[in-house]
Every structure is written in C-alpha cells, then in structure tokens.
Design a protein around this ligand. Structure first.
Ligand code: UDP
Length: 323
C-alpha cells in the first residue's frame, strides 16, 4: 500500500515505518521535525517536511501523495507537560488532527490508523481495561486524543472515513535501527538507563504512596516492535474501531528499576519524589480484541527483553540521534 505517515520521524512512527517498509509498503513521512529526528527517518521512505498546524502543508502533501491510508502519529505525548501547557496539546493534537482529517476528505482518502492512548480512559475501576470502558481522561494529553477520536467518529458517520483507534499502553524498547530519543526525556525506561550511561546519578520515583502493592504506579509496558506490528494488521481490509495494545500484565516503577539493575549490571540508585500530577495509579490492558480481531500476538512480552533491547540501543546511541 501507499501510506502517508505523520510523525514518522518520532519514536513510534519511525519504527512502524521501518516495519511497514520491511513488509513491502511504500512510505511517505510527513513530519515537522520538531520533536522527531531526521536520522529517525528510514532512508527507504520519502520525507515531506510540513506542519499539521498549517492546513496548506498537509493538504498539499495529501493531494500529492494520494495515499491508500494514513497512519497518524504526529502529536505531543507527555502527560506531565500536558498538565502544565494544556493549550499546546489541544492545538497540536486536536486542531492538527482535524486539519489532517479534512485533507483526507478532500483527497478521498478513507482509512486512518490513529495513535490513541490508554490515557483516554483516565483511571478505570476495573482491570484489565477493555475498549468499552468509559473514557474519562484525567489529563489534557488523554483528553486531546479522545477529542480527536470523537471527531473521527463523526467523520466516519458523515464523511465515510474509516478510522482505527489504537490505544497504546506504555511503548518502550527499540529495534536494532531505531529507538527512543525525546527532548526533554520524561519516560521511565530511558531515564533509568541514563544512570548506567553516566548521564544522571539517580532516578526519581514519582510517588510511592499509591494504592498498589509496593506503592508505585503500575503500567503495561509493550515492546515498540509489537506495537508497530499491530498497525500493519490494522491496515487489513474491514478493520475498524478501537483496540487496546498492551501485554495484559503490569509492572510497578520499582519493579522496572529492579529489572534494569539486572540487565545493566548497575546499582541504579533511586529516590522517592512527589507524585507527578495527572498520573493514574494503575493501567493494564486487555488486548483480547486485538488478539481476536487483528490476529495480533506480541513477540516480546517479557519486560526483561524490552529493557535489554532499549539498553542495547542506548549503548549504541548514548546521545540518541545526535551521535
Ligand atoms: N516515572 C517515574 N520516574 C520518572 C519517570 C516516570 O517514577 O523519572 C513513572 C511515572 O510517574 C509513571 C511511570 O513511571 O507512573 C511511567 O511513566 P512514563 O512517563 O514512562 O509513561 P506514561 O505512563 O506517563 O505514559
């Protein structure tokens, strides 16, 4: 298929593009390189530098490429930042997404695979989380993604587009080629790995008084290659609707740090700090729907393998894509 990938220079977009190209698809990346990296763009893909905030940029790219489908990754994705600067999130994630969807309608492009998130659910009372739970986000990041889901649902009814919502849990790990390099970095695993890399002295645990067995937040960590694979399956004819993408198991912040100590052979000092605003205590996926409808089966569900792959990439790229 001929595909337009927004945010294809970012973490999840770069690795999904890599796997799409491996599978024989034609990939055109649309990215403003604001948070993405030119070196994260696979050299088999074409790169269109443009901004979703600018209607004309995406309209031009859509009419030029006329893709069979769009994969939409370009967005801000930090819970903490969204609590401090909500306007950035509604502007980039929602307004930018509407510009993209409008350009699709104009060009007659129907299918869109949208990077949504478990943050659209907020903190549900039941675990693991299925797709039919109420969506009550507790931060502007989750709200901005939910708002775009709703817009796309209306466009489905009224304009006949075909959206697939992939609600990611915690993406992590790396392939041999691409990995996680954010500026600023706020994600747990890359921050932990900065300690054995000699870039920071310790890692902070944001709250140890949550209602969880060891008091630290529990997340469902999913390998980036497995996440990417779900996008390829979601392109299949007839697939629509929402899918949670996680392993169905959760690890606490303390457990992840302990795994990293073993993988890296380093003591990785940790210090408890205040809770991070906007963080739910526990998020664990039920990915039953993805298994049964998409035929998705994660290849790397083991947290140790995930941390090992991240560690290999960070050792090879201690300064991320700046090397
Ligand atoms: N976290 C932490 N210390 C850090 C970074 C993150 O304790 O330096 C915690 C964070 O509060 C959350 C979990 O690790 O409970 C995963 O956070 P991350 O930012 O990686 O992903 P999120 O769940 O926010 O998408």
């Amino acid at each position: 298929m001929k595909l337009l990938v927004t945010g294809g220079a970012g973490y999840i977009g770069s690795i999904t593009s890599e796997l799409l190209l491996d599978a024989g698809h034609e990939v055109h990346i649309f990215d403003n390189l604001g948070r993405g990296h030119r070196k994260g763009v696979d050299d088999r893909a074409s790169l269109i530098i443009g901004d979703l905030g600018n209607r004309a940029d995406i309209r031009k790219a859509m009419l030029e490429v006329r893709p069979d489908a769009v994969l939409h990754f370009a967005a801000y994705a930090l819970v903490g930042e969204s609590m401090e600067c909500p306007e950035m999130y509604f502007d980039n994630n929602l307004i930018g997404g509407i510009h993209l969807a409008d350009a699709m309608i104009e060009a007659g492009v129907k299918k869109i695979i949208f990077s949504s998130t478990c943050a659209t659910y907020g903190q549900p009372e039941t675990m693991p989380m299925t797709e039919d739970l109420p969506q009550l986000p507790q931060n502007p990041y989750g709200e901005s993604k939910l708002m775009l889901e709703r817009v796309l649902q209306w466009y489905e009814k009224l304009h006949g587009i075909c959206p697939v919502f992939l609600r990611y849990f915690n993406a992590c790990g790396a392939t041999g080629k691409f990995g996680e390099d954010h500026e600023p970095e706020t994600h747990l695993i890359p921050l932990i790995l900065q300690v054995p890399l000699g870039k920071r002295k310790k890692v902070f645990i944001f709250g140890d008084d949550y209602d969880t067995p060891d008091g630290t937040c529990i997340r469902d960590y999913i390998h980036i290659s497995d996440l990417a694979q779900a996008h390829i399956l979601a392109l299949n004819e007839g697939i629509s609707g929402a899918f949670n993408l996680g392993n169905g198991g959760g690890f606490s912040v303390k457990e992840v740090i302990e795994v990293a100590r073993k993988v890296c052979g380093h003591p990785i000092p940790a210090e408890t700090a205040a809770r991070r605003p906007g963080d739910p205590a526990r998020l664990i996926a039920s990915a039953e729907r993805a298994h049964s409808v998409l035929g998705w089966k994660p290849q790397y569900p083991d947290i140790k393998t995930i941390v090992e792959h991240a560690w290999q990439w960070h050792q090879a790229h201690p300064n991320g894509y700046e090397d």
